[in-house]
Design a protein around this ligand. Structure first.
Ligand SMILES: Nc1ncnc2c1ncn2[C@@H]1O[C@H](COP(=O)(O)OP(=O)(O)OP(=O)(O)O)[C@@H](O)[C@H]1O
Ligand SMILES: [Mg+2]
Length: 152
């Protein structure tokens, strides 16, 4: 069993203002583990992409209130960070195709189909699960480097 040092769960309405709220919360949570600036930026960026996808794609046909993004973050003793971003939106028909760089179902002038590539490149592992009409869950894991003691 991996030992959990800390964990956080967020439920945010699917509004674009919450992209930056999610980024800030993740930063504050991870900062406690003394990540490098690069590790922090990587995770912020990966989470941003996942949250944006919920707003732009998962709930694209949904109007009104009651649509949420669920974020679950864990820090393990091994310095692994796991972040799961999920929604109850439209789901993805073909995950392999969706993960192909430059594939997008979004507006061509606004989207370039690079979100999953960013999540993949900025983390150590990316698992996408989805059911059409039920929703999508994106699980990202990243191992933080050991904390430097500052000794020379
Ligand atoms: N949470 C989600 N719910 C439904 N569909 C999704 C979700 N996330 C991604 N997708 C689908 O996967 C495709 C690829 O996502 P990806 O993030 O790689 O690119 P994009 O969002 O289209 O463009 P970009 O992220 O570069 O702005 C999306 O166009 C969409 O069809
Ligand atoms: Mg995207």
């Amino acid at each position: 069993m991996k030992k959990i040092l800390n964990e956080m769960k967020l439920r945010l309405p699917a509004k674009s203002v919450n992209e930056s709220v999610a980024r800030s919360c993740i930063s504050a949570f991870i900062a406690e583990a003394n990540p490098t600036v690069e590790e922090l930026c990587d995770l912020r960026c990966a989470v941003s992409e996942a949250v944006t996808n919920c707003i732009v794609h998962a709930y694209r046909d949904c109007t009104g209130e009651g649509y949420y993004i669920y974020i679950s973050v864990r820090l393990y003793e091994s310095r692994e960070v796991s972040v799961e971003v999920s929604d109850n939106g439209c789901g993805i028909e073909n995950i392999e195709l969706a993960r192909t760089p430059m594939f997008t179902t979004g507006e061509p002038n606004e989207r370039c189909g690079m979100g999953f590539l960013v999540m993949d490149n900025f983390t150590d592992s990316l698992t996408v699960k989805s059911r059409v009409g039920k929703g999508t869950s994106v699980l990202m894991r990243k191992i933080l480097s050991p904390v430097s003691t500052g000794e020379k």
